[in-house]
Design a protein around this ligand. Structure first.
Ligand SMILES: [Zn+2]
Length: 397
C-alpha cells in the first residue's frame, strides 16, 4: 500500500506535538489534577494489536483520551492517585474496527457498534439522498461523541451510468473532477466498483482502465486511500493491477495464486465480507479457500462484514460469522485479532490514531473475559468498552 509511506511524516510530527502537549500539561497543572484524569487497567493480559506476544499482568495507563503507557507491571509504574481498574482474568485489546459497513450515518447503529466492542466503522458507500456536505458535518459532530463508533466514510461508490454504485462518471476528466468533489467535501477515502452483476443481474457497464487509473492517481495525489469493490477474480486482477489499496469482498470464483501473489507484492489488503456473500448465496467454501490461499501467500486481511450491504441478517457489534470463516481459512486467533484492529485501521487510513494499544494512540479499548487466543468465542464475553478514553460499557466485577 503505497500510501502507508505518506503517513510516516505526519506520524512523527504528531508524536512530537503530543510530547510537547504532555510536557506543557505537566507544567501547567498540579500533579494531582493530572492524576485525577488518569485511568489504569491492571492485571489483565494485554494484546496490543500489532501481532506481538501478549503481555501478562499488564498495565495500561490512559490519560484523557490517549494511551500514555503500556507494558508489564514490572515495566510500567501505576501513577499515584490514578483510578485503577482491576481486570484480572480478562484480556485487554484495541477496540475492534469493522472496515466494511453501510448505514453508519445512523445514531442507533453507531451506538450498537460501540456497545458491542466495535469502536470504529468504515462506511464503504453512503446510502442517503442528503447532500454530501451535510453528511460530512454530521460525521464530524458524531465523531465528537464517544458513545458513537468513530465513523470513517468513503463517500459514494464510483462507477459508470447504470453500473454498480452511486456516483457516475463518463470520462477520465469527469472521474478526476468527481474524486476532487468528494475529497473537497471531506470524505476519508474513495470507493470504486468493478462489478458485472449481482442478485440475478449481469453485464453491468464498468469503469474503463483509464477512468480507474485517473480515480486512483487523483486520490493518491491527495494522500487518500482507494478501496475497490469486486466479487469476481477477473475484476480483482484489474483493480490490483491498477493499484487500489484494499479489495472489498473475496471473490466467489477460485482466484489464481498469481493474483494473490501480486496483491501481496503490492501490499494490497483484503476485506473478505463473508456475511454479505453468504446472504447472496455465494459458495462460502470457495470464498474460504480463496482467503486461505491469500493468507498462505502472506496476504494481509482486514475485518468487515458489509453490514446492510444486501439482504439478510448482519451482526452489529463484533461480526463473529466473519471471524469464524477467517478461522476456517486457517488464520490464527492472533492473525484474526490483528485483522480486526491494526489492519482494519490501516485500510481506514487511521492507523496512526487507533488500531493498536501504543503510547500516543487514542484509547479505544475492548476488554473481554478469558483468553480469545484460546477460544475466539471469548470475544463475545465483553467486560468493558472504552472509546476516546471514555468508558462506554462496564461489566467489570
Ligand atoms: Zn458494501
Amino acid at each position: 500500500m503505497s500510501m502507508r509511506n505518506l503517513h510516516l511524516l505526519p506520524k512523527s510530527i504528531g508524536t512530537i506535538v503530543l510530547l510537547f502537549a504532555l510536557l506543557l500539561a505537566g507544567c501547567a497543572v498540579s500533579p494531582n489534577a493530572t492524576e485525577q484524569n488518569t485511568l489504569v487497567l491492571a492485571n489483565g493480559t494485554l494484546i496490543d494489536g500489532t501481532g506481538s506476544e501478549p503481555i501478562s499482568d499488564a498495565v495500561l495507563v490512559i490519560q484523557g483520551e490517549r494511551i500514555l503507557k503500556v507494558g508489564s507491571k514490572e515495566e510500567v509504574k501505576i501513577p499515584r492517585g490514578a483510578n485503577v481498574i482491576d481486570v484480572a482474568g480478562a484480556t485487554i485489546m484495541p477496540g475492534f474496527i469493522n472496515a466494511h459497513v453501510h448505514f453508519a450515518f445512523v445514531e442507533k447503529n453507531l451506538e450498537a457498534w460501540t456497545y458491542g466492542g466495535v469502536t470504529t466503522v468504515r462506511d464503504e458507500a453512503i446510502v442517503s439522498s442528503k447532500p454530501l456536505d451535510d453528511l460530512m458535518i454530521w460525521r464530524d459532530e458524531s465523531n465528537q461523541k464517544p458513545q458513537y463508533a468513530r465513523l470513517v466514510s468513503a463517500g459514494y461508490m464510483m462507477t459508470v451510468p447504470n453500473g454498480y454504485g452511486g456516483l457516475f462518471v463518463n470520462s477520465p476528466d469527469e472521474a478526476r473532477q468527481k474524486v476532487l468533489e468528494e475529497l473537497n467535501a471531506g470524505v476519508d477515502l474513495i470507493k470504486i466498483s468493478m462489478e458485472d452483476g449481482y442478485a440475478g443481474r449481469s453485464g453491468l457497464p464498468k469503469l474503463t482502465d483509464e477512468e480507474i487509473a485517473t480515480i486512483i492517481s487523483t486520490a493518491h495525489e491527495r494522500g487518500v486511500l482507494v478501496s475497490g469493490h469486486i466479487t469476481q477474480s477477473e475484476y480483482l486482477e484489474i483493480l490490483v493491477e491498477a493499484g487500489v489499496d484494499d479489495i472489498a469482498h473475496v471473490p466467489y470464483d477460485v482466484t489464481p495464486l498469481e493474483a494473490w501473489q501480486e496483491m501481496v507484492a503490492k501490499d494490497i489488503y483484503l476485506t473478505p465480507t463473508f456475511t454479505v456473500l453468504r446472504n447472496y448465496g455465494a459458495p462460502i467454501s470457495t470464498c474460504v479457500l480463496n482467503l486461505r490461499n491469500f493468507v498462505e501467500q502472506g496476504g494481509q486481511v482486514a475485518l468487515g462484514n458489509d453490514y446492510g450491504g444486501g439482504p439478510g441478517e448482519f451482526e452489529l457489534g463484533i461480526p463473529m460469522y466473519e471471524i469464524e470463516q477467517m478461522s476456517n481459512a486457517g488464520m490464527t486467533p492472533m492473525q484474526i485479532i490483528v485483522a480486526s484492529t491494526k489492519n482494519a485501521a490501516i485500510v481506514s487510513g487511521i492507523e496512526d490514531q487507533v488500531g493498536t494499544l501504543e503510547p500516543g494512540r487514542i484509547a479505544d479499548v475492548l476488554v473481554v473475559s478469558g483468553d480469545p487466543l484460546d477460544d475466539l468465542q471469548n470475544l463475545t464475553d465483553i467486560r468493558m468498552v472504552m472509546h476516546n478514553g471514555t468508558i462506554i460499557r462496564d461489566e467489570n466485577e
